[in-house]
Design a protein around this ligand. Structure first.
Ligand SMILES: Cc1cc2nc3c(=O)[nH]c(=O)nc-3n(C[C@H](O)[C@H](O)[C@H](O)COP(=O)(O)OP(=O)(O)OC[C@H]3O[C@@H](n4cnc5c(N)ncnc54)[C@H](O)[C@@H]3O)c2cc1C
Ligand SMILES: NC(=O)c1ccc[n+]([C@@H]2O[C@H](COP(=O)([O-])OP(=O)(O)OC[C@H]3O[C@@H](n4cnc5c(N)ncnc54)[C@H](O)[C@@H]3O)[C@@H](O)[C@H]2O)c1
Length: 453
């Protein structure tokens, strides 16, 4: 086997891998990208983008449900689920080929297959051997396997985005982002939805008061939520599935047409033969330094969901990819800064957040002001007949800087970026209050969310 030489070999053609290509190609380095599936990876093909198309349908059903508040009489909506899935697939169909053209324009050689380490500076893919000055692990994440009997009966978000038949009932194991986002769409479409969460709180990393708002709203639309449970096993019962779990000492069971593994995703690095690359891992997590390089082999860089220590978010994967690309070009100078990264749970209404939760802010030792508002009786909320409209903004009293913002409803998935911008560029609470906003908009309420100085 003759070896080919590249400056950079990237494993994975998702957001992270593609993010690397900009800086390294601008610097004129030769690049090979290895990808076995659709270019673009999870976000455009099996994640954010197709999911949001279903969420948009859920929003439409919500709006129809609220139509009577505006004195609009509508009949019971009928959702053609198969046609919705077809619309979703049609909308994302061209993304991989568009990205292939973009990679060709950047003169990145895309190689089809799965890459594995064969040496600290070499990757094998099919019958090719690629030697590289820099190797980038951008292989994303995969659903965390659950070690329970009957785990093989579970499906994942991949199937939820593809199945053309709307199930009558679904049990989600795990009360995280994926379960709640799909659970809201399904519940609005008429499916009976149950969520079983191991911890006392849904979305354990989010602000507990914000989660309480979303929890109540999820129950209002009919989702049955049980927290603090231990799932024991899954059994086939005819054409249905039964999930057996314990709630305290009491064994209980729920039955449904489908059971979904929504119990988290882990870095997808266990099939890479990391030992041959001299890449240290602990519990199947690559150990990285602050520049996103392997702690044991600095020729190897890691970005996106494959990084075990940063949130699994699509814009963050692109950002980390760009950081890795810049470090390859400039040497190890650029470390990621995760402050001010806004995120949203795309339920209807959404839960949007940036920065510290109140608990984390309390523990930071800073003196904080916490502005909490139930905004349901504000004019903007009433105009749009919002069912929930809630905000918590946390401000550092000494510097007047925003430490965290948590919004449920009230266009939070858009407004959160204003708070993210403020956090990143040091805009104070006073400056946010002093800004003149277009009126009437949800953004104009930012002034009032911050209370009076
Ligand atoms: C259902 C769902 C919804 C989501 N919604 C959102 C959202 O709304 N907002 C948000 O910010 N994030 C969302 N995410 C998370 C987001 O999709 C990921 O954080 C992001 O796609 C990660 O990008 P990545 O490049 O690190 O990994 P990926 O996009 O997964 O790319 C990794 C690529 O590596 C390839 N690969 C694997 N093994 C090898 C190998 N051995 N050799 C070569 N290539 C290999 C894979 O085929 C894959 O294409 C969602 C995720 C899911 C599952
Ligand atoms: N809107 C978005 O930005 C978005 C959307 C979807 C996914 N994502 C990303 O994908 C990642 C994976 O999503 P996810 O929803 O699978 O994970 P998650 O980490 O959001 O939630 C997993 C949940 O499952 C619970 N859990 C774990 N083991 C369990 C068990 N045995 N029984 C019951 N509950 C259990 C956890 O306590 C947690 O609440 C997220 O962390 C997120 O970063 C982001």
């Amino acid at each position: 086997m003759t070896s080919e030489r590249f400056d950079v070999v990237i494993l994975g053609g998702g957001n992270a891998g593609i993010g690397v290509t900009g800086p390294v190609r601008r610097a004129g380095l030769s690049v090979a990208m290895i990808e076995p599936r659709e270019l673009g990876g999870t976000c455009p093909n099996r994640g954010c983008t197709p999911k949001k198309i279903l969420v948009a349908a859920g929003q439409a059903l919500h709006d129809i449900d609220r139509a009577s508040v505006h004195h609009i009489a509508v009949g019971k909506p009928r959702l053609n689920w198969a046609a919705l899935i077809d619309r979703e697939k049609a909308m994302i169909r061209d993304i991989p080929s568009n990205l292939a053209r973009a990679m060709a324009r950047r003169e990145v050689e895309v190689i089809r297959g799965k890459g594995v380490f064969v040496a600290p500076d070499a990757i094998g893919v099919g019958d090719r051997l690629l030697q590289a000055k820099h190797i980038v692990v951008a292989t994303g994440s995969k659903v965390r396997a659950l070690p329970i009997p009957g785990a093989e009966h579970m499906i994942t978000s991949d199937e939820l985005l593809s199945e053309r038949e709307l199930p009558g009932s679904v049990i989600f194991i795990g009360g995280g982002v994926i379960s709640l986002e799909f659970g809201h769409v399904y519940a609005r479409a008429g499916t009976t939805v149950s969520v079983l969460e191991a911890l006392p709180q849904l979305l354990p990393v989010m602000d507990c008061d914000a989660v309480a708002q979303l929890h109540a709203e999820s129950e209002r639309i009919g989702i049955k939520i049980t927290t603090d449970v231990k799932v024991r096993r899954i059994e086939q019962v005819g054409h249905r599935l039964r999930v057996v779990f314990t709630d305290g000492d009491i064994e209980q069971a729920l039955e449904a047409d489908r059971v979904v593994n929504g119990a988290g995703r882990i870095a997808n690095v266990d099939a890479l033969d990391l030992a041959k690359g001299r890449v240290e891992q602990v519990n199947r997590r690559i150990v990285v330094d602050r520049y996103l390089r392997s702690a044991s082999n600095p020729q190897v860089h890691v970005c996106g969901d494959a990084v075990p220590v940063s949130p699994q978010l699509s814009p963050l994967a692109t950002y980390e990819g760009e950081i890795v690309g810049r470090n390859i070009v400039d040497g190890p100078r650029h470390a990621p800064d995760y402050a001010g990264i806004a995120t949203s749970v795309y339920t209807v209404p959404s839960l949007a957040a940036v920065g510290l939760t109140e608990n984390a802010a309390q523990q930071s030792g800073l003196t904080i002001d916490v502005h909490v508002n139930d905004m349901r009786d504000w004019f903007s909320s009433q105009s749009y007949a919002e069912t929930v409209a809630w905000s918590k903004i946390i401000v550092d009293r000494a510097s007047d800087l925003i430490l965290g913002a948590h919004l449920v409803g009230h266009a939070g998935q858009e407004l959160i970026n204003v708070f993210g911008l403020a956090m990143k560029f040091g805009i104070t609470a006073k400056q946010l209050r002093d800004n003149v906003y277009a009126y009437p908009t949800f953004s104009a309420d930012i002034k009032h969310m911050l209370g009076h100085a």
